[in-house]
Write a protein that binds this ligand. Structure first.
Ligand SMILES: Nc1ncnc2c1ncn2[C@@H]1O[C@H](COP(=O)(O)OP(=O)(O)O)[C@@H](O)[C@H]1O
Ligand SMILES: [Mg+2]
Length: 366
């Protein structure tokens, strides 16, 4: 996988420009707020047409601009492709893959990328939402249909939540509640099957990486956690649905009383243990960082295994946060594919020998 070139217009603070990338390491340097992360964001958009920073398209359009363009030439699925995304205020986005109009969910065999940002270093000890995001953003890229399923789930969840919050003022809202709950359980069953199989593969890859990373000492284990009544998250959709519905029945009253959705895949998590102890609460800062890096490196391996091509690696400000040993370990494991790394200090840049340096000033590569 490779981004050959990337053209942007009115994309946040980025200048109208076409940036060409090296197929190996690209070091994006520059002072704060010059557009380094934004360039990675534009690159990441070519994968699933979703930003990793903003939920709404309008935030991606330059202040005062009406329409933004991100237009990339990528080498993916064994051929040169073009992915074009036009965002405009007040109108729906327009996507073209190789000149043909597509919806987000129809874009397949496109670029795949693994993103590493400073927040990922807090993956292990942080909230469950970060661990779900790892699952969701990876599976969205690997499984066509998963992104749309996730969006449908989010919409249903919001609707149900509104009912649970407002039913006292407006009792008629309760009429469709059962239907919403049932649908949410069904969509949960679908999400759970995807997530369970992905998590199992991630666990198998992360264990050996972590053992090597920690000098052979530590044992990292990852287990997918979901609705408590689900006995086997890899069972059939029907079997899982039955088990979730049991839980739904038991908690329906409590949902009405608390005004919260208590049942469904929105509470999923990854249980992470290091030498048997729950790393979410007991890991030291160093152990947690090592485990987080092992997970992200495992994600990259999984993409490689799945597609036969190394995904593009997007490293946002991560190296400067790591001690030299961890920097070394990460850099040694990421060969054989294209990497875009952002950083502020030139010292880090010079250590990364052989990389093409792209200096950014005021949204422009100079
Ligand atoms: N929609 C937008 N239009 C114009 N500028 C924006 C927009 N969104 C963010 N910015 C600006 O982009 C800058 C941050 O860019 P960023 O890529 O995060 O910088 P860096 O990673 O180099 O520190 C901020 O100054 C912010 O105000
Ligand atoms: Mg940045």
């Amino acid at each position: 996988m490779e981004i050959v070139s990337l053209k942007t217009e009115n994309f946040r603070l980025l200048a109208a420009q076409t940036v060409e990338f090296s197929p190996e390491v690209n070091v994006i340097s520059g002072a704060n707020a010059q557009g380094k992360t934004t360039l990675l964001e534009a690159a990441y958009l070519l994968t699933g047409l979703r930003s990793f920073r903003s939920r709404y398209d309008r935030e991606l359009i330059s202040f005062g601009g009406q329409e933004a363009l991100v237009d990339g030439q990528v080498q993916a699925a064994g051929r040169l492709q073009r992915i074009e995304l036009r965002l405009s205020r007040g109108r729906t986005r327009l996507i073209r893959q190789n000149g043909v109009r597509r919806s987000s969910s129809e874009v397949t065999e496109s670029l795949k990328a693994v993103l590493f940002s400073p927040e990922d270093l807090g993956l292990v000890r942080g909230p469950a939402s970060g661990r779900r995001k790892l699952l969701d953003s990876a599976i969205s890229q690997l499984r066509p249909g998963y992104g749309a399923l996730l969006a449908d789930y989010a919409r249903l969840y919001e609707n149900k939540l509104r009912i649970l919050r407002d039913w006292r003022e407006k009792p008629s809202l309760l009429d469709p509640l059962e239907e919403f709950s049932r649908s949410l359980c069904l969509y949960s069953a679908r999400l759970i099957r995807y997530r369970a199989s992905f998590a199992a593969r991630l666990a198998a890859l992360a264990g050996p990486i972590h053992r090597e990373f920690s000098g052979g000492g530590e044992k990292l284990e990852i287990r997918y956690e979901t609705v408590s009544t689900v006995t086997d998250p890899t069972a059939s959709e029907k079997a899982i649905l039955e088990e979730i519905l049991q839980r739904q029945e038991a908690l329906s009253r409590a949902e009405l009383e608390s005004g919260q959705c208590l049942v469904g895949a929105h509470k999923d998590d990854l249980a992470i243990t290091v030498d048997g102890a729950d790393a979410r609460t007991f890991a030291s800062q160093g152990q947690a960082r090592t485990a987080a890096l092992s997970l992200k490196l495992a994600e990259r391996e999984l993409f490689l295994e799945e597609t036969g091509e190394a995904p593009v690696l997007l490293l946002d400000d991560v190296l400067s946060e790591l001690d030299p040993f961890r920097q070394e370990f990460v850099l040694n494991r990421i060969g054989g594919g294209q990497t875009l790394i952002t950083c502020c200090d030139e010292a880090t840049v010079s250590r990364l020998t052989g990389g093409r340096v792209l200096r950014m000033e005021k949204g422009r590569v100079v």
